[in-house]
Design a protein. Structure first.
Length: 533
C-alpha cells in the first residue's frame, strides 16, 4: 500500500459491491454446536489488497458511509441465511455513531425484513462506547430493536466504562467478553478472575456470555470450566466467506472436550454452599495469612465460637500462646505445597476426638488461595474401639487364668495360638507355648493323635481326641482336646478353634471302675452306685 485509502476509495468499493460479509461461527460450549455467526465486513481492493475493517469502518463512520455499508452487508448476509441452519442467528455490528441516527431502526429492520429473515434470528452487536454519548437516544433505539424481536449483544465488554446500572437497565441478551481478557487468561490470574466474574455476572442477570478471541485449547478448557455459554475465535472457526459455510453445526467434529454435565458457576456456588453447611463434618477455609474466610456451623460449634465472630480471626488464636508459632509454621508449610496432613486430635474443652485434615487450595492457574480445614468427629469410633479393647482384654484374661488350654489352628493344621495353662503362665511367649506342646505329648499317643488330626483337617468340621501330656507341674495328665472349624477373626478364612480339658481325674476313676469290674464281675453301673453310697 503506497498511499492511505480515502473516502472516495471506500465509496467506490461500496457502489461497486466489493465489500462482502464474512461469517464467524459462535459455538455453544456445552454442546459444541454452532448456534450462529457474527457477520464481519471484508473488503479486498483490487489495488490495495485486503483492507482491515478497523480502518474502513472508521472512514465510513467519518464520511457518513456507514449507513449504506451496513445495509449492504446486511442484505448480502441475509441472502445466505436461508442456506444456514434455520435456528442459526446472525449477529451484525452497528457503529456507535449509527445509534445517534433516528432512522437506524427502520433502515436495519427494513433491510432484514426485505430479505425475509425473521428478526428473532438477528442479533445487534453494539459496543459500550455507543451508550456513552447520548444514553437516552441510544436506549430508545435499542428498545425498538428489542421490542421488534431482535437480540441485543453488548460487544467488547470490559474495555469501555459501562456502569453496572446501565448493564442492568439496557435490555441486553448477550455479554461479549473482550478478547483481551481471554487472550491473557492463561498467564494472568487477574484476567481469569475477570472472565470468571463476568460469566457469573451475565448469568445472574439472565444474559448469555460469549467469550471472544478463543485461540487455544487451554483457553477453551478454562472457559468451559467456568461455565461460559458461547465461544468465538480462531480455534472454533475463522470468519469465512459465505461459500465456505458448509455445515458448521459441529465444530471441529467430535474433537472438543465436552462440557456436558458441567454446571454454571451460580448453581455450583449454591450447591457447594448447601454441601458446606449440611456436611456432617466441620469445614473451614483460611486465607494465605491464616485468617478464617469461611466456616460452617459445625466448625464453629467445634471451636466454640459464633460463626460470624470466627470470620476474619486468625486460626492460630485458638491455640495456647506457646503453640501459635508451631501452628503458623505448619500452615506455611502446607501453603508452600507440603502434602495434605491428616492426624487425630482431641479437643481439650469437649474431650471429643477428631481426624483433622488440612490441605491447600489452588485455583486453575496454580495461584494459592488458602487452606481448607476439615474435622471429622471420631469420638464414637474411639469409644467403641476402647470398649472393644476392654472386651478383648477381659477374654484374654479369662483364657489365661483358665485351667483349660485354648488353642487355634489354621486349616493347614498348623497351630498358631495356645493359651498358657499348659506351659505354666502368661509370661511364656505364645511361640514357645506352641513350639513345645507336641513334645510334651506322651510318646505312645503322638502318632495316633497326629493321624486323627490330619484325617480331620482333610475333610472334617469337628475334632475330638484324648491323650496324655506333661503338664506345667511336670506331671502327666490326661486331656481331651476338642475343636470346631469356624470362620476366623476376619469373618471369612476358616480356623480351628479348640480347647484341651484336663480329664485326669475322670480317667483315674474310669480305670478304677474297670479294675473293680474285673475283680468282682459287677456291672459298671452297680459299682458306680457303690461309690456314691
Ligand atoms: P469485533 O466486533 O470485536 O469483531 C471481532 C474481531 O475479532 C473481528 O475482527 C474478528 O475477525 C476478530 N477475531 C475473531 N476471532 C479471533 C481470534 O481468535 N483472534 C484474533 N486475534 N481475532 C479474532 P475484524 O473482522 O478485523 O473486525 C474488527 C472490528 O471491526 C470488529 O470488531 C468490529 O468492531 C468492526 N467491524 C467489522 N465488521 C463490521 C461491520 O460490518 N460493521 C461495523 N459497524 N463494524 C464492523
Ligand atoms: Ca462484534
Ligand atoms: Ca468484540
Amino acid at each position: 500500500m503506497t498511499r492511505q485509502i480515502t473516502a472516495a476509495d471506500l465509496e467506490r468499493a461500496i457502489s461497486g459491491h466489493q465489500i462482502e460479509p464474512a461469517f464467524q461461527p459462535l459455538i455453544r460450549l456445552d454442546e459444541d454446536t454452532t448456534v450462529g455467526y457474527e457477520v464481519l465486513a471484508r473488503w479486498t481492493d483490487p489495488v490495495f489488497g485486503p483492507v482491515s475493517p478497523i480502518d474502513f469502518i472508521a472512514i465510513a463512520e467519518e464520511h457518513s458511509l456507514i449507513g449504506k455499508l451496513t445495509r449492504q452487508i446486511i442484505a448480502k448476509a441475509c441472502q445466505h441465511a436461508t442456506s444456514l441452519d434455520r435456528n442459526a442467528t446472525l449477529a451484525f455490528n452497528l457503529s456507535p455513531v449509527q445509534l445517534r441516527n433516528a432512522t437506524l431502526f427502520n433502515d436495519v429492520s427494513g433491510a432484514i425484513a426485505k430479505a425475509g429473515v425473521p428478526f428473532e434470528r438477528v442479533v445487534i452487536e453494539i459496543t459500550e462506547s455507543a451508550l456513552i454519548d447520548d444514553e437516552s437516544l441510544a436506549l430508545a433505539t435499542i428498545r425498538k430493536f428489542k421490542q421488534a424481536g431482535f437480540g441485543i449483544a453488548l460487544d467488547d465488554f470490559g474495555t469501555g466504562f459501562s456502569s453496572l446500572t446501565r448493564l442492568h437497565s439496557f435490555p441486553f441478551d448477550k455479554l461479549k467478553i473482550d478478547a483481551s481478557f481471554v487472550r491473557t487468561m492463561e498467564t494472568d490470574p487477574g484476567s481469569r478472575k475477570i472472565v470468571a466474574a463476568v460469566v457469573g455476572l451475565g448469568q445472574s442477570l439472565g444474559m448469555s456470555v460469549v467469550a471472544e478471541g478463543v485461540e487455544t485449547a487451554a483457553q477453551l478448557f478454562i472457559l468451559k470450566r467456568l461455565g461460559c455459554d458461547i465461544g468465538q475465535g480462531y480455534l472454533l472457526g475463522r470468519p469465512m466467506p459465505a461459500a465456505q459455510l458448509v455445515d458448521h453445526s459441529l465444530y471441529p467434529p467430535g474433537k472438543m472436550p465436552s462440557r456436558r454435565g458441567v454446571i454454571s458457576p451460580l448453581i455450583k456456588l449454591h450447591q457447594l454452599e448447601t454441601i458446606y453447611q449440611g456436611a456432617p463434618i466441620a469445614l473451614a477455609f483460611l486465607d494465605t495469612a491464616g485468617r478464617y474466610v469461611s466456616a460452617n456451623d459445625r466448625y464453629a460449634r467445634v471451636i466454640g465460637e459464633e460463626r460470624t465472630c470466627l470470620i476474619g480471626q486468625s486460626a492460630a488464636d485458638a491455640f495456647a500462646e506457646g503453640r501459635r508459632a508451631v501452628v503458623a509454621r505448619i500452615a506455611r508449610r502446607i501453603l508452600a505445597g507440603r502434602p495434605v496432613i491428616e492426624r487425630e486430635v482431641v479437643n481439650r474443652r469437649t474431650n471429643r476426638s477428631y481426624v483433622l485434615s488440612c490441605s491447600r487450595i489452588v485455583d486453575d492457574g496454580g495461584d494459592v488461595l488458602g487452606l481448607s480445614i476439615s474435622l471429622i468427629d471420631v469420638t464414637r469410633r474411639k469409644l467403641a474401639e476402647a470398649a472393644l479393647r476392654a472386651d478383648e482384654e477381659h477374654f484374654r484374661l479369662a483364657i489365661e487364668v483358665s485351667p483349660n488350654v485354648a488353642w487355634a489352628a489354621r486349616t493347614t493344621g498348623e497351630v498358631y495360638y495356645m493359651s498358657p495353662a499348659l506351659s505354666g503362665g502368661a509370661h511364656v511367649a505364645v511361640e514357645d507355648r506352641i513350639s513345645n506342646w507336641y513334645e510334651r505329648m506322651h510318646a505312645e499317643d503322638r502318632v495316633r493323635v497326629r493321624q486323627e488330626w490330619l484325617a480331620t483337617i482333610s475333610d472334617g468340621t469337628s475334632f475330638q481326641t484324648e491323650f496324655r501330656i506333661l503338664w506345667s507341674d511336670d506331671r502327666w495328665r490326661w486331656v481331651r482336646s476338642e475343636a470346631v472349624l469356624a470362620p476366623g477373626a476376619d469373618g471369612k478364612a476358616h480356623r480351628w478353634f479348640g480347647v484341651m480339658t484336663d480329664i485326669t481325674a475322670r480317667r483315674a476313676l474310669e480305670e478304677q471302675v474297670d479294675r473293680l469290674q474285673n475283680r468282682v464281675g459287677n456291672s459298671a453301673d452297680e459299682i458306680l452306685q457303690l461309690f456314691r453310697l
